[in-house]
Design a protein around this ligand. Structure first.
Ligand code: NAD
Length: 308
């Protein structure tokens, strides 16, 4: 049985990746320091290691597991924190990733699949954003995510460690944290389920490309076997406004249509959509879960948690 280490596997996306790996017959070990992840997200049947990716102890886990693959999803993901504490962001997202890459090389892994982000592109120069779009990150988070892409390229060229970079659009789904810098779907869902009035910044016409977390997990599994040395956007390819999203969630939850509007946030990108042609071509696959279906599943799961 092939073995995979999933870093960040107790988090939102990583835990869905771990589940999909188990379903596909892989042996899975998770490394996570539980900084934002939760022990209860770790699926049954997974070997769990509470460990910081920046630590020396990570080596003993690589030695014990001896993985063929690493899916590297652990990161500090808070854009605001990256602005207020860029050193912390760089320590986790760059140095921590480098520790993971060094060990993947040292222990003879075949491939690393890396969770990158549309944040590397910054303000779109054109839409939809394809992989050739210039890199103009406007946060330390975007810079740190992109920096690791360079290291991956170098490790492949110099050491033959293969990689796939997956640049995700806005991911949503069950287990996404609504606190802090959680995604807008998680924040609206939590707010509506609690019977509160959601706040929309600006007029709600800003758009995003929302992709369901199980589709992200599927893309990671496919990337273990194809697309070596490639950078691939993973997105729905659909543009949805924040207001449209809110209306869909209000319909799903059956809440009233009340909305509070607040001043637009400075620097917020007005439109975003990622081109997913390369993904469809290389992975021979396209996202399977439409927005309405994905939101329904998200609300159902969140409803169970809120009512506990
Ligand atoms: N959520 C999105 O929309 C989105 C979009 C683009 C890219 N990404 C990327 O996807 C990955 C997963 O993000 P997520 O949304 O699931 O966030 P998350 O916070 O739920 O998951 C990150 C996980 O990494 C763990 N972690 C953080 N620092 C660590 C460290 N030093 N050592 C070990 N574990 C550590 C956390 O405990 C958490 O379980 C990240 O790399 C993120 O940059 C997410």
């Amino acid at each position: 049985m092939e073995k995979v280490i999933v870093t960040g596997g107790a988090g939102f996306i990583g835990s869905h990746i771990a589940e999909a790996l188990l379903d596909s017959g892989y042996q899975v070990a998770i490394v996570d320091n539980l900084s934002t992840g939760r022990r209860e997200n770790v699926p049954i049947g997974v070997d769990f290691h509470e460990c910081d990716i920046c630590s020396k102890e990570l080596a003993t886990i690589f030695e014990a597991v001896d993985p063929q693959y690493v899916i590297h999803a652990a990161a500090q993901i808070d854009v605001n924190r990256s602005l207020s504490d860029p050193m912390f962001d760089a320590r986790v997202n760059i140095q921590g990733s480098l520790n993971v890459l060094e060990l993947a090389r040292r222990y003879g892994c075949k491939r690393v699949v890396y969770s990158s982000s549309a944040a590397v592109y910054g303000n779109p120069k054109y839409l939809p954003i394809d992989e050739e779009h210039q890199i103009d990150a406007i946060s330390p988070y975007g810079i740190s995510k992109h920096t690791v892409e360079h290291y991956l390229y170098m490790y492949r060229e110099v050491y033959g460690l293969d990689y796939v970079v997956l640049r995700y659009a806005n991911v949503y789904g069950p287990r996404q944290d609504a606190s802090g810098e959680g995604g807008v779907v998680a924040i609206f869902t939590d707010c509506l389920l609690r019977g509160m009035v959601p706040t929309v910044y600006g007029d709600g016409s800003q758009t995003r490309d929302f992709v369901y977390v199980k589709d992200i997990a599927k893309a990671n599994i496919l990337a273990l076997g194809t697309g070596g040395g490639q950078i691939i956007n993973v997105s729905s390819g659909q543009e949805t406004s924040v207001m449209e999203l809110l209306r869909l969630l209000q319909d799903e939850i059956g809440s009233g249509g009340e909305v509070a509007f607040a001043k637009a946030r400075p620097g917020e990108i007005s439109r975003s959509i990622l081109c997913n042609h390369k993904m469809r071509q290389l992975l021979q696959w396209q996202p399977e879960v439409g927005l309405a279906t994905g939101l329904k599943a998200t609300v159902e799961e969140a409803g169970k948690v809120t009512s506990k």
